[in-house]
Every structure is written in structure tokens, then in C-alpha cells.
Design a protein around this ligand. Structure first.
Ligand code: HEM
Length: 287
């Protein structure tokens, strides 16, 4: 988080998801708001933003697609450049009925079989990363391990060169970690993502191969090819959503295990277990 706004002094009237107190530990903030008289709070920051904190409110809003749109999934100063129902990054930015079809066309790429096919590559890549940590007393599990995994997996799915990993990390930083920059600066930063995707699309049209980019380029919705913005927006979504969530998840899990010895009971397993490519033979001993 960039911390380009003044610090928050009242979470019920002026919250900011980039504040360093929130970024360090948002749970007590949410718990306080949830327990207060008004569990849906408003802030004037970012041009006005609401925060529902109870599950029932979040769920009601998510299902009430008549009154609420998904067109702006990231809270920033900017406003959506591509309106509903498609939105800028389908399907996450799309409203029904467009959303249903835009989501459905992605399902084959994430079927159990398609994901299973990626497993040997992913395991091998993780093992190679672990090999590189051998002999080190102290490692940064986020920077030296977690951050590398999703980048390589999603690059493989989309058919992007693995050596472009640093570009993807900058793209994630621009999209999600600098959300409180002024709009003009954010638009300038998005030039990297636009240019990168444009080059990849041109390359995939000139040299078609069996990957998610060529799948999207040849996909149809309602008997028509996807428009250019749809293809680029979905590629951007997969690149960003696929990387940021999972590297945070892997990093946060390792951080939790590092801080919570009782949850490491049964570990480490024997070295042969960790490198064995079968799920059933690898895992903590049941208590
Ligand atoms: C720990 C990992 C992940 C978490 C916590 C996570 C979380 C989420 C959340 C909260 C949404 C919004 C749901 C909504 O709007 O109702 C979402 C949507 C989405 N995510 Fe993830 N995600 C993760 C991993 C991934 C990965 C690995 C990919 C792809 C490579 C991915 C692709 C998508 C897509 C395409 C959508 C839009 C779905 C739709 O609108 O129907 N996500 N994700």
C-alpha cells in the first residue's frame, strides 16, 4: 500500500483501505464496525465509498444485481472506463446476463482436469525454488518463494514468457498496491499493462498456440467473437486476480505457520514425502 492519503482518525466516517493501520491488521477495525450501531459505513475518500461489514449485508448486495453493479471492482479515485454490463475486466466487472456467459466461457480452463495438468509443472517449480533456498539460515518466504509461484503458473496458462515475471510484478503493484495514487498517475502506470497485453495478443494472432490467450481470441459469446476490450480485459483480470490473491495466500499461510508452532505439528515431513507428486502421501500427520 502506498499510503498517499492522510492517516485515518475515525474508521466509522473516514475509512481508507490503504491506511497502514488497516493494511497491518484490518480485522479489529471490521469487528468494531460490525458491533457498532451502523455496520455499513461510508467514507468520502475515493469519491465516496461504502463498506458493508456483516456477511448478511455483503451477501444481500452481491445478489441484488438490480440495484448494485459490479462494474468497478477496485476502490480508487478513478471511475470505470468501460461501463456495465461488460465492464473493464469481464467477468468480475460484469453484470447479468452478460456476466453469466462471460464467466461460463472461462470454465473449461479451470476444470479439475485442466488444473491437474498444471500440477506436475507447479510442483517441479516449487521444488526448484526450495532447492535454491538450501543452505540459507534465514529466507524471505514471501519474496524468495511465494511471489514466484503464481506468476509462473498464470504465465504458463496465458502463454506469456516466464522471463517476464518482473513485468507482471510491476503490473500487480500498479493495479492493486497503488490504488491511492491520483487518477492520471494510475492511467499512466496502466500503460505498461495495456502495451504488454497488446503485444501478446499480436504475437498470439501471428503465432497461434494452445493456451488461454488463443482460446479467448477464438472464443465466441452469442455466436460473435469477443470484442477486443473483452479479450484484453479478461487477460488482465486473470493476470492480476490469479497472481495477487494466491501469492498473498501462500505468503500469509507461511507467515501464520511461522508464528504458530502448534499448527506445525507433524512437520517437517520426511524429505521424500515433500517431493512425492501425490497428494495422498504428502501432508501433516493426523493428530
Ligand atoms: C486465494 C486465491 C483467490 C482468492 C481469495 C480469490 C478471490 C476472489 C474474489 C473475492 C472474487 C470476486 C467474487 C465476486 O465478485 O463475487 C474473485 C473473482 C474472480 N477470480 Fe479469484 N481469487 C483467487 C484466485 C484466483 C485465481 C488463481 C484466478 C485465475 C487464475 C482467479 C480468477 C478469478 C476470476 C476470473 C474471477 C471473476 C469471477 C466472476 O466474476 O464470476 N482467482 N476471486
Amino acid at each position: 500500500m502506498a499510503g498517499n492519503h492522510p492517516p485515518v482518525t475515525d474508521w466509522t466516517t473516514d475509512f481508507d483501505h490503504t491506511d497502514e493501520v488497516w493494511a497491518a491488521d484490518p480485522y479489529p477495525i471490521w469487528a468494531d464496525i460490525r458491533a457498532s450501531e451502523c455496520p455499513v459505513v461510508h467514507s468520502d475518500r475515493y469519491g465516496g465509498v461504502w463498506l458493508p461489514t456483516r456477511h448478511e449485508d455483503v451477501s444481500a448486495i452481491a445478489y441484488d444485481t438490480e440495484h448494485f453493479s459490479s462494474q468497478s471492482p477496485i476502490v480508487t479515485e478513478g471511475r470505470p472506463m468501460m461501463p456495465a454490463p461488460q465492464g473493464v475486466a469481464p467477468p468480475i466487472s460484469s453484470d447479468p446476463p452478460f456476466h453469466h456467459d462471460a464467466r461460463r466461457l472461462l470454465l473449461p480452463a479451470f476444470s479439475p482436469k485442466a488444473v491437474e495438468e498444471l500440477e506436475p509443472f507447479t510442483r517441479q517449480f516449487c521444488n526448484d525454488l526450495l532447492d535454491q533456498l538450501e543452505g540459507k539460515d534465514v529466507v524471505d518466504a514471501a519474496a524468495d518463494y511465494a511471489q514466484h509461484i503464481p506468476v509462473q503458473v498464470i504465465a504458463k496458462m496465458l502463454g506469456f514468457p516466464p522471463e517476464d515475471a518482473d513485468i507482471f510484478r510491476t503490473i500487480i503493484h500498479n493495479a492493486l498496491e497503488s490504488v491511492d495514487l491520483p487518477v492520471e498517475k494510475r492511467l499512466e502506470n496502466f500503460g505498461l499493462l495495456d502495451g504488454y497485453l497488446r503485444n501478446q495478443i499480436e504475437d498470439h494472432i501471428a503465432n497461434p498456440r494452445d493456451d488461454l490467450t488463443n482460446y479467448l481470441l477464438s472464443a465466441e459469446m452469442g455466436g460473435e467473437p469477443l470484442n477486443e476490450e473483452h479479450v484484453g480485459g479478461t487477460m488482465a483480470l486473470l493476470l492480476i486476480a490469479g497472481i495477487d490473491t494466491t501469492w498473498s495466500g501462500i505468503g500469509a499461510s507461511l507467515w501464520h505457520l511461522a508464528k504458530t508452532p502448534s499448527d506445525r505439528d507433524g512437520w517437517p515431513p520426511s524429505p521424500s514425502c515433500c517431493r512425492w507428486p501425490s497428494r495422498s502421501s504428502c501432508g501433516p500427520t493426523p493428530r
